[in-house]
Write a protein that binds this ligand. Structure first.
Ligand code: ATP
Ligand code: MG
Length: 138
């Protein structure tokens, strides 16, 4: 059965010219793109998106980083999309990310780690609805 996940290509990877490289790896890994856009989050948008982390010491840094420039948001479809995409992106800290993963290839630090992937089917649907109207999803 096909499942969905929500990807963001974060501002660092967009600034560094990695949109094309990342989308190539994502589609080569068998994910189908069901929604896609270049957009910029406000500080308030980031505070809502990453609300679960609001008490963490890095929250202010995360809000500043994620709102500083454009991101790419996408809904991806594949069997076991959430867990397979987490495997493709690699560990949160790129120094711990496996060879060939998106964070190993494109991330520079734990804070600026190139790509987001949903952590559950439930959150994937909440995050997809956060970024896309129904008519933008296929
Ligand atoms: P994401 O949710 O963006 O896919 P993740 O699930 O691997 O990342 P989370 O624990 O959900 O990791 O943290 C969300 C984001 O907060 C991280 O991707 C990173 O940008 C930032 N972050 C997490 N831990 C730290 C830290 N110790 N120092 C700085 N930033 C951090
Ligand atoms: Mg997370």
């Amino acid at each position: 059965m096909a499942h969905t996940t929500l990807m963001m290509i974060k501002p660092d990877a967009v600034e560094n010219g990695h949109i094309g490289g990342i989308l190539e790896k994502v589609t080569a890994a068998g994910f189908q793109i069901k929604a896609l856009k270049l957009t910029q989050l406000s500080k308030n948008d980031v505070e809502r998106f990453y609300e679960v982390h609001q008490e963490r010491p890095f929250f202010g840094e995360l809000v500043a980083f994620m709102s500083r420039g454009p991101i790419v948001a996408a809904v991806l479809e594949k069997e076991n999309a959430v867990s397979d995409f987490r495997t493709l992106i690699g560990a949160t800290n790129p120094a711990e990310a496996a060879e060939g993963t998106l964070r190993k290839l494109y991330a520079t630090s734990t804070g600026e780690n190139a790509v987001h992937g949903s952590d559950s089917d439930e959150n994937a649907e909440i995050e997809a609805a956060f970024h896309f109207a129904g008519r933008e999803r296929f």
